[in-house]
Ligand binder design. Structure first.
Ligand SMILES: Nc1nc2c(ncn2[C@@H]2O[C@H](COP(=O)(O)OP(=O)(O)OP(=O)(O)O)[C@@H](O)[C@H]2O)c(=O)[nH]1
Ligand SMILES: [Mg+2]
Length: 193
């Protein structure tokens, strides 16, 4: 009972309380995907191993279902991503804002996802993570590095987008400082029926 109440609390906090959703956490290795999942689940930071095997969290309470798939980001693990694309409601794509050497690699993976037919029209929240670090890229720098300038659809309110236009936004976050990701989930929730 405690767990149920607690989890409902997290869901309403994220704005997903009445929605059924399948969400994937994607991004390069070391971006912070598992740290985020752990933070949502346990509300604390943990030192975690790189993800070797996809990890799911799902709870069903009456009609409510919220399921996250945390997939490993290293290159071999990326081959598994597409196995999870069926019936997905949203993608959360994490990028380490400090790892400028890998912005190109992150962009290449993101571009592959954006051009995947199975994911056409699916909302993407891109999380620029680790902004607690002094040398983290700014939002403008990351937007440019990922080539997002002309594709972002607006952070505030639900945009009335033409059919086929994908909702996409960039949020600057620090998972370990609990900054920014709540807004990203609230934004995503608006686009999940
Ligand atoms: N400074 C800082 N470090 C973070 C933050 N979030 C995650 N990290 C660290 O980044 C490292 C990688 O985090 P993970 O969550 O394991 O990354 P991942 O995306 O799951 O990586 P793979 O499982 O290999 O795909 C860990 O050392 C985390 O503690 C953050 O907000 N700030
Ligand atoms: Mg991981």
């Amino acid at each position: 009972m405690f767990l149920v109440n607690w989890f409902q609390g997290v869901l309403s906090w994220l704005g997903l309380g009445n929605k059924r959703a399948k969400i994937l956490f994607l991004g390069l290795d070391n971006a912070g995907k598992t740290t985020l999942l752990h933070m949502l689940k346990e509300k604390k930071v943990a030192q975690l191993e790189p993800t070797q095997h996809p990890h799911d969290e799902e709870l069903t309470m009456g009609k409510l279902r919220f399921r996250v798939h945390d997939l490993g980001g290293h290159d071999v693990a990326r081959e598994l991503w597409q196995d999870y694309f069926t019936a997905v409601n949203a993608i959360i794509f994490l990028v380490d804002c400090n790892d400028r050497n890998r912005f190109g690699e992150a962009k290449a993976e993101l571009d592959k996802l954006l051009s995947n037919d199975q994911l056409a029209g699916i909302p993407f929240a891109i999380l620029g993570n680790k902004i607690d670090q002094p040398r983290a890229a700014s939002e403008a720098e990351l937007r440019q590095a990922l080539g997002l300038q002309s594709y972002l659809t607006g952070k505030t309110g639900k945009a009335d987008l033409p059919k086929g236009v994908r909702p996409m936004e960039l949020f600057m976050v620090s998972v370990i400082r609990r900054m920014g990701y709540r807004e990203a989930f609230q934004w995503v929730a608006q686009y999940i029926d």
